[in-house]
Design a protein around this ligand. Structure first.
Ligand SMILES: [Zn+2]
Length: 134
């Protein structure tokens, strides 16, 4: 799909996010670049809303971010099933990433996520909710 772009963070940002404690200067940098999305993403990470599922026996891994009303499936650096990503990134191209995608990046870099072991049978059940777009 041609509209899918890879939205990896620049190495300088990965380095900043790897620090144990973000400095006020780092936070200001991200706020200027990502606006409110960064604040929401950081809060989501701190509130434990980023989950990494590991399904057995297939070994499939999926990232999910719990939003205000439902959970969204995030393909790291590529896609999120929320309305904001669809409308603002895919259609309008105003942004590259929604805050769920940013939260996933922060959580992965800082190893600050909930790791959940589950089964493929459960995955099929969860997919029905996660994969809905909007
Ligand atoms: Zn999203």
């Amino acid at each position: 799909m041609s509209w899918l772009r890879n939205m990896s963070l620049p190495l300088s940002e990965v380095k900043m996010l790897s620090r144990k404690d973000l400095t006020q200067k780092d936070i200001e940098y991200f706020r200027v670049k990502y606006g409110k999305r960064f604040v929401r993403a950081l809060r989501a990470v701190e509130e434990g809303k980023v989950k990494k599922y590991h399904f057995r026996p297939s070994g499939t891994t999926k990232w999910v971010v719990q939003g205000d009303t439902r959970a969204y499936l995030v393909s790291p650096e590529v896609f999120c099933t929320c309305r904001s990503f669809y409308q603002s990134a895919v259609i309008a191209r105003e942004i590259d990433m929604c805050y769920h995608m940013l939260a996933q990046r922060i959580a992965a870099i800082r190893s600050q996520y909930m790791a959940i072991e589950s089964s493929d049978a459960e995955r099929r059940r969860l997919y029905a909710q996660w994969r809905k777009v909007g």
